[in-house]
Design a protein around this ligand. Structure first.
Ligand code: ATP
Ligand code: MG
Length: 648
């Protein structure tokens, strides 16, 4: 057989056997999950006690057990193992907000920090399975605090350090935490953010909190409440650099984390120890083709799942250097990412479409003046990436030489589920789609009635029909919400909430959230497709499309448009051209009836467009905007409402 490709040891060495292609190995992972995941888990994690059974999962009930009977500690996987072989290897590079300022931490130093904080937590009476809330932006101390919780078996709950006191209080209460870790202030884009003051306001409403541990970030004076607040670094000084790790069950909770809140009340999803760690680190290695000595730059904050899986756990389990990015892509100017790339020389860069769209609106010299030759792979996550942004990432940032991977996944999935895998033999990558399921992920597309749509050229609700190790196990304190949200809509399947197309070549595209699907005269439209077409226009930086009630068509298409900086073209002409682009690229029924040009769009704090709110404005239901606490900049809403009647 001339085209026989044996999956070699550089590929997935844990799997014994000959497979002629990536597809065959993928098929094996779906059909024989125990034979696939068992050896990988045995080889890739250090077990105190080996598991006796790979899995026991029930998709009907939404109950999942992986690596049953196994015992391990997450912090050992992330630090101790690497310390033993190479203690001076750099574990963390903290890219601080102040331009040009960075701090490097070795695996030995990280281990010492983890143990000291773990001992502080123990001395505060924190025990196995207690929840510890962290309201702190990214830093070595923040990463060490997460791992310190893991070391003693406590469950960390990182709350993005931009949420209001009210949002923080409701999450502390939901978790029933007795200890909160924060810092005096944080700093982003040169702006100081009052973390400690926000914690004070939140904790005033949370009787469960006994202790607030305060790290120093800026050193500016902040109020300290005697008897409750303790400076973290001072408490660490008195502690030993050793702390015996707690041996946890595979299925013990490692952390809980709230979703971004794009669609409503946030859910505190709970992740397991063994399954999560394995899935985060395995997908990290596979998607980004991680090799020894790599420096991985994922620019997400630790307040989101991307920060958990691909800043902290994935890279650290894999023993490589991970970058902690504290700043903003436009600070001090639009070249920040690339100046950092030139200085730190990362091998991979992983960011969000929202930032890419922000940067492509500015002169490309912000990118090209810096040396980006260290980069091999560029990743995108969080929202559908439009073609224009993908191309810019590929051509301008990657000079056409880097693999660009659009990675689809969710807080609930623990790690990347659908994404190109450039290291696969003969892999092809196409623009602006996640393309292929990763090992162990069996996506299906269902219609409204719950029928599975077989074959190609189909679209509908994206579900997953088999369990994988990284799936979240429950919603904290509310298992019925977990079941109702993910397993009740399509019995026997995990429902992602997103829509998808499997195209003529069998590749997956994400069309946006199912709640956002617009039905125009019986034609179903995904928001991503229309936005992608609008974004192609030279003057458009980004757009958001929603449906609104329409007497004749049922729903009409309403588009909010943000123009690039310095556009002088007349708005009327731009709108006429946009209509024609959508008509040519998609169809007449997809052409927006209403277009509103706005200075920016309402986004969640993780940078995602909040279509839920835009939909209400388009429908004139301004009194019913719902929870806006997760918005990054609420003032834009007022602007949009005021001008909503004056659109074209
Ligand atoms: P909430 O669940 O509270 O509404 P959220 O869904 O935004 O918040 P996350 O778990 O952070 O919270 O985001 C996952 C969602 O982000 C996915 O369900 C999908 O809608 C979107 N997403 C992530 N990556 C991609 C991608 N590559 N392409 C398209 N959409 C993506
Ligand atoms: Mg979601």
């Amino acid at each position: 057989m001339s085209d026989f490709i044996k999956i070699t040891s550089t590929d997935i060495p844990e799997i014994n056997g000959s497979f002629s292609s990536h597809e065959e190995l993928y098929k094996f992972s779906i059909e024989k999950p125990e034979e696939f995941w068992g050896p990988i888990a045995r080889a890739r994690l250090r077990w105190d006690k080996e598991f006796t059974k790979v899995m026991d999962c029930n998709m009907e009930k939404g109950v999942f057990d992986w690596f049953i009977g196994g015992k391990l500690n997450a912090s050992v996987q992330c630090v101790d193992r690497h310390c033993e072989v190479d203690p001076d290897r750099i574990a963390l590079i903290w890219e601080q907000d102040e331009p040009g300022k960075e701090q490097r931490i070795t695996f030995r130093q990280l281990k010492e920090m983890v143990c000291k904080i773990a001992n502080v937590l123990k001395s505060e009476g924190v025990r196995k399975s207690d929840r510890v809330v962290m309201y702190i932006s990214i830093s070595p101390l923040a990463v060490a605090s997460m791992l310190a919780c893991a070391r003693i078996g406590a469950v960390h709950s990182v709350i993005f350090a931009g949420f209001s006191a009210e949002a923080l209080a409701s999450r502390i209460m939901d978790a029933g935490a007795s200890v909160v870790i924060t810092s005096d202030q944080s700093i982003r884009g040169g702006r100081l953010i009052e973390l400690k003051k926000t914690v004070d306001a939140a904790v005033a409403k949370c009787p469960s909190v006994r202790r607030v541990l305060v790290a120093r970030r800026t050193g500016n004076p902040v109020p300290i409440i005697e008897g409750r607040d303790v400076w973290l670094e001072e408490a660490m000084e008195a502690q030993s650099v050793e702390c015996i790790p707690e041996s946890m069950d595979s299925e013990d909770s490692l952390f809980m984390l709230y979703t971004s809140g794009s669609t409503g009340k946030p859910k505190g999803l709970v992740h397991s120890t063994a399954g999560y760690l394995l899935y985060a680190s395995f997908t990290h290695k596979q998607v980004f083709d991680i090799r020894d000595g790599d420096i991985f730059a994922c620019v997400a904050d630790i307040g989101w799942i991307t920060g958990h899986s691909y800043v902290v756990y994935g890279p650290l389990v894999n023993g490589i250097t991970t970058v902690l990015f504290e700043s903003h892509p436009a600070y001090p100017d639009h070249g920040r990412y690339w100046e950092m790339v030139q200085r730190i020389r990362p091998t991979q860069f992983y960011g969000a479409p929202t930032a890419i769209r922000l940067l492509l609106g500015h002169d490309s010299s912000y990118v090209t003046k810096y040396d980006r030759s260290s980069l091999r792979t560029l990743g995108s996550v969080g929202e559908p990436i439009n073609h224009e942004a993908w191309q810019w990432y590929h051509e301008v940032v990657g000079k056409g030489k880097c693999d660009v991977v659009d990675t689809w996944w969710q807080t609930e999935t623990g790690g990347i589920c659908i994404s190109p895998r450039p290291s696969a033999p003969g892999a092809e990558i196409r623009s602006a789609m996640p393309m292929r399921p990763l090992f162990g992920i069996a996506p299906v597309i269902l219609d409204d009635k719950g029928n599975v749509l077989e074959g190609r050229d189909v679209s509908g609700a994206l579900c997953i029909r088999k369990s994988w190790p990284g799936i979240a196990r429950t919603v904290y304190g509310d298992h019925s919400r977990y079941y109702d949200t993910y397993f009740k809509p399509y019995p026997g399947y995990y429902f992602t909430g997103d829509g998808s197309i499997r195209d003529l070549d069998g590749y997956y595209h994400i069309t946006g959230r199912m709640d956002d699907v617009i039905n125009v005269s019986g034609h179903r439209l995904g928001t991503a497709e229309v936005e992608d077409a609008l974004d192609e226009h030279f003057s458009v930086a980004e757009s958001a499309v929603v449906g609104y009630p329409h007497d004749i068509k049922g729903e009409g298409v309403y588009a909010y448009i943000v123009l690039k900086e310095g556009v002088i073209q007349e708005h009327k002409q731009i709108i006429a051209e946009l209509r024609s682009i959508v008509r040519t690229k998609i169809a007449g029924h997809a052409v927006p009836e209403i277009m509103q040009i706005c200075p920016s769009l309402p986004k969640t704090r993780s940078g995602k467009i909040m279509r839920r709110i835009l939909r209400k404005i388009a429908a004139d239901q301004i009194e019913e905007l719902g929870d806006v606490t997760t918005l990054a900049d609420p003032s834009i809403i007022e602007y949009i409402i005021k001008n909503h009647r004056h659109c074209i």
